[in-house]
Ligand binder design. Structure first.
Ligand SMILES: [Zn+2]
Length: 394
């Protein structure tokens, strides 16, 4: 038999990607104790020990490392844990995802997962804003700090300490995806030239990063399945009534289901970011309803009423109809949510190139997202940003 017959499939197989474990939510969150096995879009022969590749590497300090601050930047040159190696099949899912050595691998996998999503929305790779000095992002999976940060050439993760229980952010997809949101938006808009940035730059940056986290999280099949099954397809439960949202185990959903308008928030950056995040989440839900109505799985009236004004009676009727439709065709609901997620995610990604980081207002950023969207999604984004008092109609 010709040797080429064997060689060709082996190469194609290697190019398929690489397997890792990722926890879509930290493993202490009920319902998320088991990680998902994911394929990342990076060929096995392009990952070296560490793991490391052309875009990033893991540096896992052996002793407590202080976070980078002004005057201290990568690379980390102190002693490190030995680089983690792939298994004999060159995948990383042979490792115990709860082991200490997996922390860096998990952070690396989350970074790639988020990049894969946003590469696909942008339809081209993201080039780090720090690439002229650092071609690779340094990922530090554990620093001696109760916080996480991304900066010029690095992403470093500390831990939360609640009642003496330390939980590393390296196992927290939400935190890593949020920090990736900062790196992605800065890489697309470029760094602001001056230090005198307007308030809105920081507010937008926080809001955008939380949306990156939410939309990236919705790329886990298991997350979408859990969300739809728990609500029986009715995302209004999360949105308007807030019954589940307050106790929702997913941080992203807790943040996104808020009713704040710009006239109701303080000057504090994270508080000020809430209306923007809320407008994005509402637009995903609106786009989801639009798809369900189009496919005949929900009533057309759903699109004509302002959902914030639904009476308890209307709401109950809608919930029953949705639950019935969901139990007979759950896949249609999943398709609707995936399409809605991607319509809004793509518009967010494409809006970034229209922004000037030195002259950024929340209203301009919102209008850029509306302009990058199409059809019904664009209309809903516009209306939701108006309701949140971010876009002021002229
Ligand atoms: Zn942030």
């Amino acid at each position: 038999m010709s040797p080429y017959l064997n060689a060709a499939p082996a190469t194609a197989e290697t190019r398929l990607g690489t397997r890792f474990w990722i926890y879509p939510q930290p493993p202490f969150i009920p319902g998320y104790e088991q990680p998902d096995r994911v394929w990342l879009n990076i060929p096995r022969d392009e990952i070296s020990d560490g793991p490391s590749d052309i875009l990033m590497y893991v540096a896992d300090p052996l002793f407590d490392k202080q976070p980078y601050a002004s005057g201290s930047l990568p690379p980390f040159t102190g002693p490190c844990h030995p680089p983690v190696r792939a298994g004999p099949d060159r995948h990383f899912d042979y490792l115990d995802p709860q082991s200490r050595s997996y922390l860096g691998v998990h952070a690396y996998a989350c970074v790639h997962f988020v990049l894969d999503v946003w590469h696909s929305y942008l339809e081209r790779p993201i080039a780090w804003f720090f690439r002229e000095i650092y071609p690779q992002l340094e990922i530090v999976p554990l620093v001696d700090w109760q916080n996480a940060q991304a900066g010029y050439g690095f992403l470093e993760l500390g831990y939360s300490d609640i009642g003496g229980t330390r939980r590393p952010y390296a196992l927290n997809f939400d935190s890593i995806a949020h920090e990736m949101g900062h790196l992605i938006s800065l890489s697309e808009t470029g760094l602001p030239a001056g230090l005198a940035r307007g308030d809105d730059f920081f507010v937008f940056s926080e809001a955008f990063s939380d949306c990156v986290s939410l939309i990236s999280f919705l790329h886990f099949d298991s997350a979408i399945d859990r969300l739809l099954r728990r609500t029986r397809g009715n995302l209004l439960l999360y949105n308007e009534l807030n019954r589940f949202a307050e106790t929702s185990p997913e941080t992203q959903i807790r943040l996104a289901t808020n009713f704040r308008r710009m006239s109701e928030v303080t000057r504090e950056v994270h508080d000020r970011a809430l209306p923007f995040i809320g407008a994005i989440f509402d637009s995903i839900v609106d786009a989801y309803h639009f798809r369900l109505v189009k496919s005949g799985h929900a009533e057309g009236r759903l699109l004509e009423t302002d959902l914030r004004d639904l009476t308890a009676e209307d709401f109950d009727r809608f919930r029953m109809l949705t639950a019935d439709a969901f139990s007979s065709d759950p896949l249609a609901f999943k398709r609707a949510l995936v399409t809605a997620r991607d319509e809004i995610g793509r518009a967010m990604a494409k809006s970034l190139r229209m922004l000037d980081p030195d002259n950024l207002s929340l209203e301009f950023a919102a209008r850029a997202i509306v302009n990058a969207a199409h059809g019904h999604a664009a209309d809903r984004l516009n209306e939701n940003f108006i309701w949140r008092e971010i876009i002021i109609p002229s």
